[in-house]
Ligand binder design. Sequence first.
Ligand code: SF4
Length: 519
Amino acid sequence: MIQSVEKILDYELLFREPEYQAIFRNKKENFEFNHSEEAVKRAVEWTTTEDYKQKNFARESLTINPAKACQPLGAVYVANGFHKTLPFVHGSQGCVAYYRSHFSRHFKEPTSCVSSSMTEDAAVFGGLNNMVDGLSNAYSLYRPEMIAVSTTCMAEVIGDDLDAFIKNSKQKGSVPEDYDVPFAHTPAFVGSHVTGYDNALLGILKHFWDGKAGTTEPLARMPDDSVNFIGGFDGFVVGNMKEIRRIFELFGVTVNVICDPSGTWNTPTDGEFRMYEGGTTKEEVERALNARATFVFQQYCCEKTSKFIAEHGQEVVILNAPVGVAGTDDFLMEISRVTGKPIPTELEKERGQLVDAIADSQAILHGKRYALYGDPDQMLGYTRFLLELGAEPAHVLATNGNDDWAAKVQALFDASPYGVECKVYPKRDLWHLRSLLFTEPVDFLIGNTYGKYLERDTKTPLVRLIFPIFDRHHYHRYPTWGYAGALRLLVTLLDEHFEALDVNTIAVSKTDYGYDIVR
Ligand code: SF4
């Protein structure tokens, strides 16, 4: 018996037991028929060379490990940001299992989302029946106040028309005629999760502001003194939304946060299961039309939404995930400009404390080289912060970044003496980054959990600051935005540095001249 009541082993140790080792050996020798170990070693070594890098970067028709997800993931994120709203994805069930598990693994919270469960017959005849039954079941079983519909590849390839399908479903009595079912087509084979975020948010604003798919009169704008805030797709939303609300409260400004899933992904354990928690209410969405301005924290998550809001008469302040000292300064000064209110003294003090902390640790991070990958706006924010610390963001990569984004990153490099040796890589993937880490090594890698394979291959320590983070817990509960968030980012970068230094100097009487108590 390998596992018994007397001797229960965790999986880390269990598979080292001789019985398991024998199974693995047998499988390898008699079933896998691999190339010889020398041949594999030779091939692996070749992938670390400049020659391989040239071939890797010449690749055109293949993507390997893209640093992005598909559109509906962003749409499901958005739906979770609205009060008592059920995300409904028209398409296949497996896709929806992926969105649910992705969010649940990252936030360590259940994530509700239903699918219309399209299968072969729907692929041939269209998914109208699935929509009719799906809406009816979702409405009856889960009692949401709103159902936000998006699509997977399958529905888009067939060409299902959501507007017509939802109207048809209402006529057939799936949900009441005046029930709110905003929708967005989110074809997964173009764009990424940030495009899906944009499409879904636009779908909800259009629904409420422009007359509910032609069934009511469009709302009339009656300007007031409030402002709107849209955060964009953010893996740290639980900590960040709390921080954003605190900042606006300190200013004494009424803010309508449009799309706030921080409640959904932060429910307490107190004996009551909450399928829905927090989120932007319908009334808040409607009121948001009257705001004097909308702060869009992540430009590339909200390109169509920003245009739509501007067309409805509001100023739209577009930012690129501004973090760190200068980034937060910009954000606060824009709030001050738009609202006419001074920057609160409490925030000024926090700024000074952050600058003090940076100065304390400046010698540590100065000159360190980083590779980073993730969503376009986050890359702009982190690049700027690293340069501010005197570090070098040597490789900045976004699979879903375009040429316009690359020009913005390059402008940040050009404005800093630490940016001289740095390069930006739009539309590249993690296999490209692997080549770069071998041929032009860096000290640290900033990315998500998937970066741990790059860490293992290239021995570059990974700092987890990008969604999704599955293999560490609770990072999302702390902010990365505002001065408080910048402090958290600083500590995270420092922790990884000290951790790596301890590992590299731990050998007794060999390297422990650097294994210091005081750092
Ligand atoms: S890419 Fe298409 S098939 Fe894959 S999860 Fe997204 S919607 Fe589903």
